[in-house]
Design a protein around this ligand. Structure first.
Ligand code: 16G
Ligand code: MG
Length: 549
């Protein structure tokens, strides 16, 4: 069987590639202005169908979103059959196909691709796709549908939903009817799975205080509303920033990324979050979560991904001990260089901690190596993975006391509550609420486990970010040569100083992170390192050298 070249050609002609634009499948898939992504979407539809054929007809996911980016941006990423990120080797293929300048060049590239990878075109192909609430979404989805049709593949439209729901759906569809069935393959099934587990986990505990959720005016609002209905009185959710149809509102001065980078409460929540109360923010596609609370003096405190990891890991360790399983099921942590030094110190004194490069796929793969892998980026993206062997142990283990039996059931319910395909803001939020409820912790008590070192993130616009290369999980620069020694020299001047420089995988900038013993010093170190990068590598003279993120 060969490619239906005529059909592909006529559809491809309706989705021409804009000239002079180079697309790249980066950390978060293709991501740029929504208005220039039409050809990319068409080609991604084709690529998803081919990936499905390559994997013997397993369903592949396609998510249209630009997460926390501004509303005019959009993007697309592919989801592999177990609900995970696309295998890295295919990122390169995606980039090659997206950049073929004409229909002819695209068909030729496709042909080469199919032959090189020995894709059996007679296999079936199935693709499930969804989008967030961005205005550019519907047109981009229809370009993807053209791609799916060009391959005569079977498409399933999952409509407007969050990134974690789409990941869940992919896994649920591919495990349907097997012993590893992940859940019912619908958004309803997802909500039911999470809320049934949550209710079991908090049964008999006093209802927690109502929880404010800042939905970033994105798709999380829709899912949070439905979740609130399923939860009923188990915990009262108050979704705010839910204006998904107000132009320009998405991620604007709200959402997890705003809170994390500005280290401030979204202004829209100023009068809503009262002393002692806690709240949380999702990002634009609801796969990140940042918590916070107001102390009794009305001071804002942020509880980021690192704090969530510390809270959750300690809880799971306690449960494995209580169940008598701590010698058989070991918990490990995965972080990135962005993890606050305070958290790394605290965690590594208690558990194995691994540092990997930024991007969920790196964390996810490293977490799979533990019996229970807790991974979180400081920005609030993360989850917990239970290895197949651990799941097996949990189901065959025979507890010897009622207390062990209770703890065992809690762990089993956690495996249901946690979305193990990818970081999931809402599932993580329920997880945090479970832990707080079991420990009877307020936000303040949770926060007291360790103290965050003051830190600052800045970005530098440089002539070419591709000259920056790193090693040691992005903690050291190896190129351009000589700069790392100068960074080390600067860092030495600050007590408790730490700083690293890495090229962004999603924006055309270089990021600088610094931490030190106090705020002024952290700011100063970040700006000095940023200034160094700018001077040494010829920053864009038209731009201010560094910007606060
Ligand atoms: C993407 C990544 C996120 C990472 C961020 C870094 C996924 C699904 N998302 O949003 O994990 O923290 O990029 O962005 O992998 P940067 O490279 O621009 O700093
Ligand atoms: Mg996101």
């Amino acid at each position: 069987m060969s490619l239906a070249v005529d059909r592909i050609r006529s559809l491809s002609d309706q989705h021409p590639k804009p000239s002079n634009i180079h697309f790249q499948y980066g950390t978060a898939g293709f991501r740029t202005l929504g208005s220039i992504l039409d050809s990319v979407m068409f080609r991604v539809g084709i690529l998803a169908a081919l990936r499905s054929k390559k994997l013997d007809g397993k369903t592949i996911g396609v998510m249209v979103t630009a997460s926390h980016n501004p509303e005019p941006d959009n993007g697309v990423k592919l989801v592999d059959p177990r609900g995970e990120m696309l295998e890295s080797a295919w990122e390169v293929h995606a980039t090659v196909l997206a950049n073929a300048p004409t229909t002819d060049a695209f068909i030729e590239a496709l042909d080469t691709f199919v032959r090189t990878l020995k894709i059996d075109l007679s296999k079936p192909a199935k693709v499930v796709y969804a989008r967030d609430t961005r205005p550019s979404g519907p047109a981009l989805i229809s370009a993807i549908e053209d791609g799916i049709n060009a391959m005569d593949a079977e498409g399933r439209d999952a409509g407007v939903t969050s990134t974690p729901v789409l990941h869940y759906l992919v896994r649920a569809i591919n495990t349907k009817g097997t012993k590893d069935e992940y859940g019912e393959d619908s958004e309803e099934g997802y909500l039911r799975k999470l809320t049934v587990a949550f209710k079991k986990l908090v049964a008999g505990k006093p209802a927690p205080p109502p929880l404010l959720i800042d939905c970033a005016n994105g798709v999380g609002a829709q899912v949070a509303h439905k979740l609130a209905e399923h939860l009923g009185d188990a915990v009262r959710l108050i979704p705010v920033n839910t204006a998904t149809t107000t132009p320009g509102a998405l991620n604007n001065s709200c959402g997890a990324d705003f809170v994390k980078t500005s280290q401030k409460l979204p202004p829209s929540l100023n009068s809503q979050l009262t002393a002692g109360q806690r709240g949380c923010s999702l990002d634009g596609d609801a796969d990140r979560l940042i918590y916070y609370y107001m102390d009794s003096r009305n001071q804002f405190h942020m509880l980021d991904g690192d704090k969530i990891a510390a809270l959750v890991a300690a809880f799971i360790v306690d449960l494995t001990k209580a169940a008598g399983l701590d010698d058989q099921i070991k918990v490990g942590i995965v972080q990135t260089a962005y993890a606050n030094g305070g958290s790394t110190k605290y965690l590594s004194e208690r558990l194995p901690v691994k540092c990997v490069p930024t991007g969920v796929k790196h964390l996810h793969h490293a977490a799979e190596k533990y019996d229970v892998g807790v991974y979180f980026e400081a920005n609030g993206h993360g989850t917990v993975l239970f290895s197949p062997e651990s799941l097996e142990k949990l189901s065959s283990y025979e507890p010897s006391t009622p207390a062990q039996s209770t703890a065992l059931n809690h762990i089993i319910n956690l495996t249901q509550l946690i979305n193990q395909t990818v970081g999931d803001g809402l599932s993580d939020m329920l997880l945090v609420e479970v832990v707080l409820s079991h420990k009877s912790y307020s936000g303040e008590e949770w926060d007291s486990s360790y103290v965050d070192l003051p830190n600052r993130l800045v970005k530098v616009v440089v002539a070419d970010r591709n000259i920056f290369r790193t090693e040691d999980a992005e903690r050291r620069l190896i190129s351009p040569p000589g700069i790392q020694a100068k960074i080390d020299e600067l860092v030495r001047r600050y007590e408790g100083g730490r700083s690293f420089v890495r090229p962004s995988g999603t924006e055309d900038v270089v990021r600088v992170y610094a931490e030190a013993m106090n705020r002024t010093q952290a700011d100063e170190l970040a700006f000095r390192v940023a200034g160094l990068i700018y001077d040494e590598t010829g920053g864009d003279p038209g731009r201010r050298p560094v910007e606060f993120l």
